[in-house]
Ligand binder design. Structure first.
Ligand code: NDP
Ligand code: 8X3
Length: 272
């Protein structure tokens, strides 16, 4: 017997960006375990293709090939790659129903006037232009469906897009841009059946902080000292929950904190 959530994923194709790590990787597993034998297809994208292939093999093994997985190398910060992405997919993989715009990153904690131009550019190119370009690449597929179109755009924002904090000006600006784009898009598509959803996590322990500190694991670990951060799995559950609500239910926004977090900068830490 299938659950209601599994039935709602029946025959669907889900595209996840940034599926090689953290929240994106967890989301791939969560979709698969929610509908392990429902003709579900997952397109997993990121720059690290070998990692994606491992994720794909693990999911296919765990679901005994009940879920089909296509790993595709894609750098969302490169508009040319995004532009040719859909045409490069095998035909049977092009009928995409759910787009999870998850790929994103933060670089550094520098404050103006010391922000590296390269860091600023990569954050905007990935978190903003990458997300917008992916959405524009996939929306024509959604819009071809009856009643004005159907499908889910699920954008991963952040508490950082709601509340700016010192040392995060560029990253916060990118996530505020995600919020504005998402809100406009929902309004623009109001006459369709396309759902535009934003999930805004607080502190999640993934590779995020390691990348913020340019690979310095000890600095990344210090971010989570004395705390119990969220995991990628915690956010994946929310993403899949949003995608599996009845068609008329739109989880427009959701802010998710670990229990010890009250705002971007209000974090209760147990002393060692
Ligand atoms: P991770 O660093 O663990 O994962 C980021 C993913 O994005 C990786 O799969 C990475 O894959 C991919 N990625 C990065 N740059 C690109 C690119 N140019 N093209 C394609 N894929 C790319 O971090 P998280 O899982 O934490 O981050 C996922 C999302 O969640 C991000 O948008 C982040 O801003 C957001 N978020 C994270 C929070 C946290 O505290 N961790 C809180 C709130 C939001 P690869 O390197 O293989 O390309
Ligand atoms: C990540 C959360 O607070 O580190 O989006 O910016 S925060």
């Amino acid at each position: 017997m299938s659950t209601a959530a599994a039935k709602r994923l029946q025959g669907k194709t889900v595209l996840i960006t940034g599926a090689s790590s953290g929240i994106g990787r967890s989301t791939a597993f969560e979709f698969a375990s929610t509908a392990p034998s429902n003709d579900l297809r997952l397109i997993l994208t990121a720059r690290r293709i070998d990692t994606l292939k491992n994720v794909a093999a693990e999911i296919e093994k765990e679901t005994r090939n009940g879920v089909k997985v296509l790993p595709v190398q894609l750098d969302v910060s490169q508009p040319d790659q995004v532009r040719t992405f859909v045409d490069g997919l095998p035909v049977e993989w092009r009928d995409i129903h759910v787009l999870v715009n998850n790929a994103g990153l933060v670089k550094g904690v520098a404050q103006a006037p010391a922000i590296a131009e390269e860091d600023m550019n990569v954050m905007f190119a990935t978190n903003v232009a990458g997300l917008v370009n992916m959405t524009q690449a996939i929306l024509p597929i959604f819009l071809q469906r009856p009643d004005g179109g159907a499908g889910d755009v699920i954008n991963i924002g952040s508490i950082a897009g709601i509340e700016a904090y010192p040392g995060g000006s560029i990253y916060c600006a990118t996530k505020a841009a995600v919020k504005s784009f998402t809100d406009s898009l929902r309004k623009e598509l109001i006459s369709t059946r396309i759902r535009v959803i934003e999930v805004d996590p607080g502190q999640v322990e993934t590779e995020f902080s390691v990348i913020r500190f340019y690979g310095d694991k000890s600095k990344a670990d210090a971010v989570y000292a004395g705390c119990t951060p969220l995991t990628g799995d915690d956010i994946a559950e929310i993403i899949v929950f949003a995608a599996t609500r009845p068609e008329n239910v739109v989880m427009a926004n959701s802010l998710i904190f670990p229990q010890h977090q009250g705002s971007a900068t209000t974090l209760y830490r147990k002393s060692a």
